[in-house]
Design a protein around this ligand. Structure first.
Ligand SMILES: Nc1ncnc2c1ncn2[C@@H]1O[C@H](COP(=O)(O)OP(=O)(O)OP(=O)(O)O)[C@@H](O)[C@H]1O
Length: 237
């Protein structure tokens, strides 16, 4: 492990996670730490356990063994009701294909988490519009996901993940379905917004160019972390 004397405090810490899917052991003792405000890339070959690790850290699945601690709480032991409340208030999630609601316009997709949290419709749409602006897709406000490019739709997904000002954004291959120009735009927008709002990002990626936007990188192999390093390659931030 790469010991650091100073630096941001740990926000989310997984220790010795074991998780089986049927007879497949996806995690075999993986430990990882996400620090406040940092962008952490999780890389590794297909099947190495990256998505399973993200799901355990985000409280979507419970590990069979090991612990997940977030802001002084043990997520692996938290009752489901508290866990889903915490996911709603503190976490944002982005998937490879965005998973926007196809019937809703961009602005309504982004407003949705705010409406669910009790914000009134007008204020929610206004805030959603501001986030679309930040991600450079204000012009797509009234378009539905099927009417946008992949990169535009993914930027709308990022706006939806960040609109509630989460402490952590989990992004599972957010550029996996995009060409390299759109990937760069999405990563630049994500890292800029996250740094501005102090949001920590756990980013799963296959792609070295995408991982280069992170502060640190951990690599998984066969369900354990095999390397951890600061990312030194500077990309325009
Ligand atoms: N729901 C599931 N049911 C059965 N096996 C699963 C399930 N989810 C994951 N696995 C298996 O667990 C292992 C780890 O999968 P995981 O998706 O975490 O890896 P990954 O590194 O994210 O892979 P990829 O890069 O291909 O998405 C793989 O062997 C996978 O087939």
């Amino acid at each position: 492990m790469n010991e650091k004397n100073a630096g941001p405090a740990p926000l989310l810490t997984a220790r010795e996670l074991v998780k089986e899917h049927g007879r497949t052991r996806a995690l075999r003792g993986a430990s990882v730490e996400l620090r406040e405000g940092e962008i952490l890339a999780v890389t590794g070959a297909s099947g190495s356990g990256k998505s399973t690790l993200l799901h355990c850290l985000a409280g979507i699945v419970r590990p069979d063994e090991g612990s997940v601690a977030y802001a002084g709480k043990r997520l692996d032991q938290l009752p489901e009701k508290e866990l889903s409340e915490l996911r709603r208030t503190d976490f944002g999630i982005v998937f490879q294909f965005g998973q926007l609601i196809p019937e809703l316009t961009a602005v309504d997709n982004v407003a949705l988490p705010l409406l669910l949290a009790g914000t009134d419709r007008r204020a929610a749409r206004e805030r959603a519009g501001e986030w679309l602006e930040r991600f450079g897709v204000r012009g797509q406000e009234e378009q539905r996901p099927g009417e946008m490019s992949g990169g535009q739709a993914q930027r709308v997904s990022l706006a939806r993940a960040l609109v509630t000002a989460p402490k952590v954004v989990f992004a599972d291959e957010p550029t996996g379905a995009l060409d390299s120009l759109a990937s760069e735009q999405v990563m630049a927008a994500l890292t800029h917004a996250a740094r501005e709002s102090g949001t920590a990002v756990l980013l799963i990626t296959h792609d070295a160019q995408t991982a280069a936007y992170a502060d640190r990188e951990v690599t998984l192999k066969d369900g354990v972390v095999v390397s951890e390093a600061d990312v030194t390659l500077e990309v325009s931030r």
